[in-house]
Design a protein around this ligand. Sequence first.
Ligand code: PNS
Length: 161
Amino acid sequence: MKKAVYPGSFDPITTGHLEIIKRTARLFDEVIVLVMKNVNKHGMFDYQRRVEMIETACRGLENVTVDLHTGLLTSYMKEYDVSTIIKGLRSSIDFEYEKEMALVNEKLSPGIETVFLISNPEYEMISSSIVRELISYGADLSGFVPSSIQKILREEGLGDE
Ligand code: PNS
């Protein structure tokens, strides 16, 4: 059984994240999308909301589950017996940051592998921080977040003029 964890802050999930999740689901038997704390970022949505939004966006992806963990990634992986981390790479800036993370995680828990998927260029400029900025200006989120999430946010008066 090939298992992988796709960790992130997902504040909120974007179309770029969903693309990586779908591709990972084709490569592995089981994918855990893991909502985690990033100490360097201030949150817009609380953790439970982020989980719910990912669950909504991933409906129909049978081998994908969503979980929440506010401790170290390596401690979660040990507990749930997962040894592969998936990360999406949009640019060389992502690469420099993710390389460091991969080395730290390997040092904390030798044997852990980080597998990088190159983002589709269509999603290169999309990030949760851009989405949060668009939300704060009431801008249209089409193409930035999955349509199911855009609908939910719109119902809450977020993300549309
Ligand atoms: O989507 P992000 O914000 O780039 O994701 C970063 C995240 C949440 C995956 C990273 O900050 C993380 O792994 N946080 C959990 C704590 C941890 O294990 N840190 C790595 C070793 S210091």
